[in-house]
Ligand binder design. Structure first.
Ligand SMILES: Nc1ncnc2c1ncn2[C@@H]1O[C@H](COP(=O)(O)OP(=O)(O)OP(=O)(O)O)[C@@H](O)[C@H]1O
Ligand SMILES: [Mg+2]
Length: 345
């Protein structure tokens, strides 16, 4: 099968699977394993949208292959404050409760606060890993409630893309270790469109684009979708509508974004479902206990449980089709960011 044939098959798969609105938390189609070549890069993107920098490069130096890698879920948003960190933390809880080895990496380098929502004391963070202290990964990782590992973020060290090369290399090599030891790595990213978020979202196996039904949040979510898809046409983007009044509201928000993406970008955006507005979320944040632990029966907790279960089912199905022998996510990120800083890269 030629690369063009494969790309067409993928488009058809995405078309058939990506848009589905039958349940409050529709299982997102996790097609990542089948979208990559044996070397780990995505199959060359199809034509409709020009990719300034695709996930496949003939000129890239080859990196060592390793064993199976974690499924990487990036949690992103256009507008800030829509609920990314709460989603990331509670998804970590749910996946760990399902028996998966999970690490949550707080890559929000501006306002890292996953440790606050988890209610854990983190003496060290990513800054200590890459700074002169050179802390070990096991020193900075903390046990989060629910049974996952939290890698606390560093406030104010600047975006990953701006780190000096030795620091970036060190960061990438540590994050690569985490990836090889886990079933799932969740990335809590910063709001908005910056080069690190575009790279994370472009290369993650699944991207949850979180929005609320507010028009400003929806507009910004579309802005993010557009930027990511322009750069990486095969990115696996799924909209997660948080703080909805009811199921229908979430579906309508998804349909609006999916329709515009189809029309103007010729791409599908999947639907990961919706999470109801729930006063219990705010109360749990005040108590610094993830809401899936503090209030397991709350509507928001049930929605995140459904999402986690759907992700596990889809991932297992995808792994059964294509074993995950591919270059790791963080190795690809390192390559991407490294190439971006080369004069002609
Ligand atoms: N489903 C929900 N129901 C009610 N309130 C919610 C819900 N989800 C999030 N919130 C509220 O929104 C606030 C912001 O959430 P969170 O910190 O997770 O957003 P964020 O997207 O990570 O923000 P930032 O962009 O600053 O990183 C929370 O403190 C919480 O009170
Ligand atoms: Mg946050």
């Amino acid at each position: 099968m030629t690369v063009a044939d494969q790309a067409q098959r993928l488009r058809d798969l995405v078309k058939n699977e990506a848009v589905h609105t039958s349940s409050p938390v529709d299982p997102p189609p996790v097609l990542h394993r089948t979208t990559r070549s044996a070397s780990g890069d995505a199959v060359h993107p199809p034509k409709p949208v020009a990719a300034p920098e695709s996930r496949h490069s003939n000129t890239a130096p080859s990196l060592p292959e390793a064993g199976p890698k974690a499924h990487v879920i990036a949690v992103a948003s256009g507008k800030g404050g829509v609920g990314k960190t709460n989603v990331a933390v509670n998804l970590g809880v749910v996946l760990a409760q399902l028996g998966k080895k999970v690490a949550l990496v707080d890559v929000d380098m501006g306002l890292a606060n996953a440790d606050v929502i988890c209610g854990v004391k983190a003496p060290y963070n990513l800054a200590h890993l890459i700074g002169p202290q050179k802390r070990k990964l096991r020193e900075i990782a903390v046990d989060a409630p629910g049974g996952f590992k939290l890698i606390p973020g560093a406030n104010g060290i600047g975006e990953m893309a701006d780190l000096p090369t030795p620091m970036l290399d060190r960061l990438i090599s540590h994050l690569t270790q985490i990836e090889s030891q886990c079933d799932f790595v969740i990335l809590d990213t910063s709001a908005g469109i910056n080069s690190a978020v575009i790279a994370f979202a472009g290369m993650a196996d699944t991207v949850l684009v979180v929005t609320t039904p507010e028009p400003t949040a929806v507009t910004d979510a579309y802005g993010l979708v557009k930027s990511v898809l322009k750069r990486t046409p095969l990115a696996n983007l799924y909209l997660l509508v948080n703080q909805v009044e009811n199921e229908l509201q979430g579906k309508e928000v998804h349909q609006r974004i999916a329709m515009v993406a189809r029309r103007f970008l010729q791409r599908e955006v999947g639907f990961a479902g919706s999470i109801p507005y729930d006063k219990g979320v705010g109360l749990s944040v005040l108590k610094r206990i993830p809401f899936c632990i503090a209030l397991p029966g709350a509507r928001a907790s049930l929605a995140v449980s459904h999402l986690g279960a759907a992700l596990v089912r889809r991932t297992e199905r995808a792994d059964a089709v294509t074993p995950a022998h591919r270059r790791g996510f963080f190795a690809r990120i390192g390559q991407w960011l490294g190439r971006a800083r080369q004069p002609n890269g």
